[in-house]
Design a protein around this ligand. Structure first.
Ligand code: 13P
Length: 250
């Protein structure tokens, strides 16, 4: 049985005060989450605060991006070792916003994934099609390309200790969620594609769904056999909603 993981992606939201309030709320409610792992992915500058507030709790934390470089003259970048120093367990790589707005391509995302792993972080690899892909019937081709870029560069074993998040771009921040059947279909496709290379890795890898998952729709998404958790944007900023999703995960 794969453990479920519910991770909040706060994106570029919050302040020291709002994050304190959010984490106070999560800490109060976390005892009611029985078996799922709960994580929050914070903006870099708040990672120190998050570490201080979550240390000793069951909630783990991570970042939303990282540099491919170890150190040096890379103004504005953050290295994997820095994230590790602040106690991060996870780091998101290849989020569609980074692909679309900052030009990150499959090769760069694969490199980030590898660098994160090498530093002992667990990368959360985001994949997902755009609306025009879905309408053109190329969802599987797009997701396969994104997945294969990593497998070809790093080997399928690289997925054994990582996490995949299927995030259909048309569902992100739009209030439009993939139906449980639509999501399950792609999750199953992803697992099947990995199984073609290595069945035991496919059985182990956690595949999260992301895209307008909320307190109302989480339970039926999480009930699908290949959905191992969620990567939550907007709803992760509201402690009650986020905790409802976490409880739905088990
Ligand atoms: P929303 O939950 O706001 O749609 O965002 C999903 C997401 O992008 C998580 O990474």
């Amino acid at each position: 049985m794969r453990q479920k993981l519910v991770a909040g992606n706060w994106k570029m939201n919050g302040s020291r005060a709002s994050i304190k309030a959010l984490l106070d709320g999560l800490k109060q409610g976390i005892a009611a989450v029985e078996s799922a792992e709960v994580a929050v992915c914070a903006p870099y500058v708040y990672l120190g605060d998050v570490e201080q507030q979550l240390q000793g709790t069951p909630i783990v934390w991570g970042a939303q991006n990282l540099s491919t470089e170890a150190s040096g003259a890379f103004t504005g970048e953050i290295a994997a070792s820095m994230l590790q120093e602040f106690g991060c367990k996870y780091v998101i790589v290849g989020h569609s916003e980074r692909r679309a707005l900052y030009g990150e391509d499959d090769a760069l995302v694969a490199k980030k994934y590898a660098v994160a792993r090498a530093a002992g972080l667990k990368p959360i690899l985001c994949v997902g099609e755009m609306l025009e892909d879905r309408e053109a019937g190329t969802t599987e081709a797009v997701v396969a390309r994104q997945l294969d870029a990593l497998i070809d560069a790093e080997g399928v074993a690289a997925l054994a200790d990582g996490v995949i998040a299927y995030e259909p771009v048309w569902a992100i921040g739009t209030g439009k969620t993939a139906s449980p059947e639509q999501a399950q279909e792609v999750h199953q496709f992803i697992r099947q594609r990995i199984a073609e290379r290595d069945a035991s890795v496919a059985e182990k890898v956690q595949i999260l769904y992301g895209g307008s998952m909320n307190a109302g729709n989480a339970a039926e998404l999480l009930a699908q056999s290949d959905i191992d958790g969620g990567l939550i944007g907007g709803a992760s900023l509201k402690p009650d909603d986020f905790l409802t999703i976490c409880r739905a995960a088990g």
